[in-house]
Design a protein around this ligand. Structure first.
Ligand code: NDP
Ligand code: F7E
Length: 325
């Protein structure tokens, strides 16, 4: 069994780093951060170039490129409705992406690897704030159990490689994320981009009534993706143990409060209503982030400031026609 080590071990800035999922919300932020931090050999094929579900292609790609470091931010990702309506793809795609990348990385000598899970791996009614030790202590939230099981398998595979091969691979469990590069699809996205889009469209078209999903009572914690990107590098350089590490802000708010905040930032002044026929999901999933803060990392971007910056990015991308959806 690997022992816990917490020395600061800076990564070589000339190491070849694969940022898998480089065009996504997380991957693009990790790429920006690594580039800013002086990394000179970043690689990140998109899914059209390398479909990570295709085992043979992934093994061939690793044999040819041989990355020293991998940040695995490629996954099938979506909000509550996408997860609830497409569990088969969320399970199968994520299992295949992970197994292929982790197996290829092991076979072709990747020394450092960061696997990204999600706070939905924890039991639906976990004690709050949720500590890393809560993993596998109770039933999952049904709207995202397929995705959560795939992510739990990824954590276990990283731990198995550590135990069997002694490699310093690690896993991080981010809370709900948002920021530039997010998916703003009206049905498939997460709540924060959905609200930005809905309030913006209502403001622009003069609609005075907006209806959001669920009761508005669930609580969520939101972390700006640039803060997550800093945490990813911080962990790769300072953490080396079996347990996944939670990444969040340590504070949450209700979806109702979030909606009021987003409406205010966007400048929507009409009524905000709720559709209880839509799913609420887990009632609360506030992460205990003491393990990460003990390593010297703290979030920097305040929620209102982060939403304002993301809204500005959304409007700019809409006007230039560069939005993903
Ligand atoms: N967003 C959030 O709130 C949270 C995200 N996470 C985790 O962070 C990671 C990244 O999520 P996020 O950036 O939000 O997701 P996005 O949907 O924004 O990006 C996903 C990325 O994965 C790539 N991808 C998907 N399928 C394949 C495939 N078959 N082959 C190759 N690449 C593929 C996409 O590539 P392309 O664009 O080229 O198609 C895309 O770049 C995931 O592991 C997720 O679980 C964890 C907690 C919260
Ligand atoms: C990151 C995380 O993301 C998902 O879990 P989730 O936290 O439930 O994420 P969500 O952002 O989709 O919803 C949060 C809350 O917000 C409410 N809500 C209101 N109105 C809208 C709305 O318009 N869109 C969405 N998506 N939700 C809305 C919604 O009803 C729910 O109560 C999983 O994919 C999970 O696997 C995962 O990892």
């Amino acid at each position: 069994m690997a022992t816990d080590r917490y020395d600061h071990r800076p990564l070589d800035r000339s190491a070849r780093v694969l940022v898998a999922g480089r065009r996504g919300l997380v991957g693009s932020a990790v790429w920006r951060h690594l580039a800013r931090e002086g990394f000179t050999d970043l690689v990140g094929p998109g899914s059209a170039e390398l479909d990570l579900r295709e085992r043979g292609a992934v093994l061939d790609w690793f044999a040819a490129v041989r990355p020293d470091v991998v940040v695995l931010a490629a996954a099938r990702v979506g909000g509550i409705k996408a997860n609830a309506t497409r569990p088969a793809e969320f399970l199968s795609d994520n299992l295949r992406i992970q197994v292929n990348v982790l197996d290829a990385a092991l076979k072709h000598g990747t020394e450092r690897l960061l696997f990204l899970g999600s706070s939905c791996i924890y039991p639906k009614f976990a004690e709050q704030p949720i500590r890393e030790q809560a993993l596998l202590t109770g039933p999952l939230e049904p709207t995202n159990d397929a995705y959560a099981i795939a992510k739990i398998a990824g954590i276990l595979q990283v731990q198995a490689v550590r135990r069997q091969y002694g490699l310093p691979w690690i896993s991080a469990m981010p809370t709900n994320l948002y920021g530039p590069g997010d998916n703003f699809h009206p049905e498939h996205s997460h709540v924060l981009p959905s609200l930005i889009r809905r309030f913006h469209e209502a403001k622009v078209s003069g609609v005075r009534r907006v209806v959001n999903w669920g009761s508005g009572a669930p609580c969520r914690e939101f972390l700006h993706v640039d803060d997550l990107a800093r945490a990813c590098l911080h962990l790769l350089e300072s953490y080396d143990a079996d347990s996944p590490v939670n990444v969040g802000t340590g504070t949450d708010l209700s979806i109702r409060e979030l909606a009021a905040l987003v409406a205010d930032v966007v400048g929507y002044r009409g009524s905000i209503e709720w559709d209880p026929t839509q799913p609420d999901g887990t009632p609360r999933k506030l992460l205990d982030v003491s393990r990460l803060t003990a390593l010297g990392w703290t979030p920097r971007i305040d929620l209102r400031e982060g939403i304002a910056q993301t809204y500005a990015w959304y409007v700019e991308s809409l006007e230039s026609g560069t939005l993903r959806h």
